[in-house]
Design a protein around this ligand. Structure first.
Ligand code: SF4
Length: 347
């Protein structure tokens, strides 16, 4: 071995040793940090409520502390029934608002106030309200992914898990419907139910990226894989799906369908609970438009990714990032939300 080769090998080994030393404290820190957060949760009489799309470490911590990991409807339900006086809602801003609307006497904290949602951003309350005012005879139905102000303008709030059933119910009432803000979910519901709706043109930046061509190519490699699609994806995606449903329904499908392989078109955060539910199954990310040398899929919400252990610890230490909603607005937003909760409980 030449001197140059020996020098190169030493360099590589030093680098690896350094990496190793760096990795050790990180692993140790996470364990220690989780212990600290658990203590802080107790001291604050707080419960951690996490969405399926958050980081696996956040979901794991919520599970370990007796909190909740779920979709937005279940997060809202859990928040209002939990005994804790403080809720730490790891998700995006509208989820914190929904928790506050339903639990006004609880302190609701979010790891960061900056975590939002493209559906929420794409549906400003004043513009949406003007749209509704232009169609006064319409029943206004909004998806849960909206601000408190938009909910306050609506007659009904729905979540993806119950949307088709609820819209079928509303169709029996006979009045025309405005649907907002997710155009893809609206289109999917319209196809499923035959209901003609006026659609607000919002979309989710994550689900918008899934492409049929990518799924077809992946199917050539995994011909027996079932395709699971969240209805925030384009309608074309639902046409190549073996199952379309909300996050909770997709997890159930992976567990119950006989297939051994699944191509999953939703945020990759779901893989944590999906793999838990179906440990023997192979879960594959549905390809998106991302096609760089290192990334075939960009299926992760940048706002959900803002939730991490550091921010959860900080929010419990400092008590900042509290969700505050004007009481009159809260009362208005509660009405359509309560209708959803009552409908969900009865159906
Ligand atoms: S995944 Fe899409 S719908 Fe969900 S919070 Fe992110 S941007 Fe909004």
């Amino acid at each position: 071995m030449s001197q140059t080769e020996i020098a190169a090998r030493v360099l590589v080994q030093e680098h690896l040793a350094h990496k190793h030393l760096q990795a050790m404290p990180i692993v140790k820190d996470i364990a220690a940090q989780k212990v600290r957060i658990k203590r802080l949760l107790k001291q604050n009489d707080a419960s951690l409520v996490a969405h399926y799309y958050t980081d696996a470490l956040v979901q794991e911590l919520a599970e370990e502390t007796g909190g909740c990991v779920s979709d937005s409807l279940e997060m809202a339900r859990y928040g209002s029934s939990a005994a804790a006086s403080t809720l730490v809602v790891a998700g995006v801003h509208f989820m914190g608002e929904t928790a506050k609307i339903l639990s006004p006497n609880k302190r609701v904290l979010v790891p960061t106030l900056e975590a939002t949602c493209s559906l929420d951003i794409g549906c400003p309350a004043n513009e949406f309200s003007a749209f509704c005012d232009a169609h006064p005879d319409h029943t206004v139905v909004v998806y849960a992914n909206t601000s408190a102000a938009v909910k306050a303008r609506a007659d009904w709030v729905v979540t993806s898990g119950i949307a088709v059933k609820l819209m079928e119910h509303l169709a029996t009432k006979g009045s025309p419907i405005i649907w907002g803000p997710d155009q893809h979910l609206g289109r999917y519901i319209a196809h499923q139910t035959g209901i003609d709706m006026l659609l607000w043109q919002g979309s989710c930046i994550v689900h918008d990226e899934f492409k049929v061509i990518g799924v077809q190519q992946l199917k050539q490699v995994y011909p027996n894989a079932a395709v699971l699609v969240h209805p925030e994806s384009s309608y074309a995606m639902s046409e190549v799906a073996d199952f379309v449903g909300s996050t909770t329904q997709l997890i159930k499908a992976a567990q119950e369908m006989p297939n051994k392989e699944f191509i999953v078109a939703t945020d990759r955060g779901i893989f944590y609970k999906m793999q838990q539910a179906a440990p023997e199954k192979l879960l594959l990310e549905a390809p998106t438009a991302g096609n760089s040398a290192t990334c075939r899929s960009c299926a992760h919400c940048p706002w959900m990714a803002m939730n991490d252990l550091d921010k959860i610890e900080q929010v419990l230490l400092l008590g900042h990032n509290e969700i505050v909603i004007d009481e009159e607005l809260r009362q208005q937003a509660l009405k359509p939300l309560q209708r959803l909760m009552d409908f969900a409980a009865a159906n």
